[in-house]
Design a protein around this ligand. Sequence first.
Ligand SMILES: [Zn+2]
Ligand SMILES: [Zn+2]
Length: 187
Amino acid sequence: MTIDLQLILQVFLAVLGFYFLAFWASLVVWTYRDVGARTQDIFVQALAVAMVLFFNVPGLFLYYILRPRETLAEAFDRSLEEETLLRDLEERDDCPVCQHPIRADYQLCPNCHTSLRNVCGECGRLLELHWERCPFCGTEVPREHVVAVTVEPGIEGEVALEAKAREAVTEEAMTEEAVTEDVVAPR
Ligand SMILES: [Zn+2]
Ligand SMILES: [Zn+2]
């Protein structure tokens, strides 16, 4: 009877030991995979695996505290997002005359009132200054409103637009001055 009890105890301990070893090995494998997804640094990977290998569950806690916050995939996604955000910011235009920030759907600069886009006389949509026809409804834009772009879009094209915009503002300012003078004169 005593021998049987001893045997049962031995088997029980063996199963327990086996379970403990399997648990330990799983922790090490999990750590190896997890750290591999978070860093490509071999030294950090080895350190993490060694920590769990030697200290088991407390080692896993240590690793959990010290591991890189993001996985490599998350870091990649974030860098993509940041890039997109940056590109959006870069694409946001400034007024060619006064550098006031403008939105893509503005017809004129809110600060200096430079004309930034034409409005289609038929459908009312905003048109680039150099478009001769409305691409939405096909209506021709009055010639005097079209700003000729001799060079293909690019830096030089923008410079041409900028010069034209400056001209328009000066003209406008001069007319305004003339009007003010007219109003003031009779007094
Ligand atoms: Zn402006
Ligand atoms: Zn139109």
